[in-house]
Design a protein around this ligand. Sequence first.
Ligand SMILES: Cc1cc2nc3c(=O)[nH]c(=O)nc-3n(C[C@H](O)[C@H](O)[C@H](O)COP(=O)(O)OP(=O)(O)OC[C@H]3O[C@@H](n4cnc5c(N)ncnc54)[C@H](O)[C@@H]3O)c2cc1C
Length: 504
Amino acid sequence: MSKNTVELDATRSCLPHVTHTSDILVLGAGYAGMTAAALLAHEGKDVTVLEAHETLGGCASFFRTGKYSFDVGATTISGMQPHQPAGRVFDHLGLTPNLIKQDPGMIIRRQGDDVVRWADKQTWIAEAQRHFTGDQAGFWNAQYELEQRVYGLVGHTHAIPPTSIGELLALAAPSMLSNVGLLPGLVRPVEVLLKRYGVDTPAFREFIDEQLLISTQNSAMRAPYLTGAMGLTYPSETYYPIGGMVKPVLQLMRHATAHGATVKFRRAVTSITQRNGMWEVMCANGECYHARTVVSSIPIWNMQSLTGDRVQRYFTSKASTFDRSWVGLTLYFALDGVPKIPSTYVQLYLDEPIPFVHSGSLFLTISHPTDNEKAPEGHTTVTASTHALADDWDDCSPEVARERKQQIIDGMLALIKRRMHEFEGMQMLHVEGGTPQTWERYTGRYRGYVGGIPHDIRRPLLTLPPNKTPFDGLYMIGDSVFPGQGTPAVMMGAWNTVQRIFDA
Ligand SMILES: Cc1cc2nc3c(=O)[nH]c(=O)nc-3n(C[C@H](O)[C@H](O)[C@H](O)COP(=O)(O)OP(=O)(O)OC[C@H]3O[C@@H](n4cnc5c(N)ncnc54)[C@H](O)[C@@H]3O)c2cc1C
């Protein structure tokens, strides 16, 4: 029997001739997994990465059609300042991603006008005052101050959420206690601040809800105001990666392999078992890997079906506590022209409902005119994404899914043609759509759940599944565990996890 055709039985132990041993196995080659692998390899650890797909990036990956390259999902990177998670990782590894800072960070195209998210705080506040009433300066100054304080706080420790008495005591250090005043912001919603600053009008509430949905995956009524502040200020400091979101993660992979790591694609993990103090990880192709330490970026919902006994019970309990996530609808097309638009990012409000869309807007990413890695000169690529509900897609036959996908593509294209006058006179080429089923197929994510666990006052941040599990040598990273979704957050989770591995 060839090792690539071994039939899988998750309860069986490894075949001796296909066993590989490493110090550390990293599961998944998205932003979380590749950050962990690069940091570990940088410190001389023997690391093997197992990735199910044929390429890296996960939700921040890409695909090519003709002469175009499209980001599949994530398109913008933030948290790049030296004290912020992505900046800290790249600086530590001596890497400089090829990024273009966006100013404005985003255009919000509402029914009647464009709101411009200027990068500079004062210029943005003046813009907000032009569009909305109430104490806009007070509200936005509070957001920026909260954001600064949160980054100051999370830079102090990697042991959050605490998983032992020792870690809890470390949190009681004077430097941390001075931030105790921030705690209410974990359980009180953004709407508290809307009311405090007298800005809670229907128009501003709609604006804030749409901004929060793309950053915290929740609304002003439910998003805690601490993480809300990070979501609401990110357009002031956001970057377009030349060549696509896959480029920075490719740099991480190259750094990891240059420092001795092995990255194996087409290795779908099918079981993770602890035997005699070692973790045994089996792949669909029959290969088997042994390591003392496993760092998994496979979402908690999938971990239930890859594990057994008490490990499985742990993940089942986490998955049932955090049982909801959004799913995504995406649209991709190229243009045979270069639209004149001041930001690569546009939040486009819906002017009429689009079937199965559960958001009031589409998020459009228009490739930068100088980015000839995504489109040849004189051409452009566009990725559009929005939120949907998994329940709408359960038990949906392939024919029904195809019909729905076409309805969604038609609805999104019609909206874009009506409202993106900058695209007039250009042909839309290579139109493709993505449904939750597409996402499930390409990323392996249960039900197509993407975007991580929504930040919610009913499930405070510190109760998210921790990076350190109760099982010796098994760590969790990625957007279904602390500190949640988005590339900077998963990079922070990977950084903290690597520190914990060195502490162990
Ligand atoms: C439409 C959309 C737009 C977004 N926009 C942004 C944005 O602009 N900016 C931003 O910062 N964030 C954005 N996000 C969120 C961001 O993409 C994710 O939070 C982040 O990329 C998650 O990284 P990860 O490594 O945790 O997970 P993933 O990217 O899902 O990576 C996990 C990897 O594990 C692999 N894998 C899964 N199962 C197995 C298995 N059994 N065996 C082996 N490998 C396996 C997958 O193939 C995948 O490569 C967006 C997300 C979506 C869906």
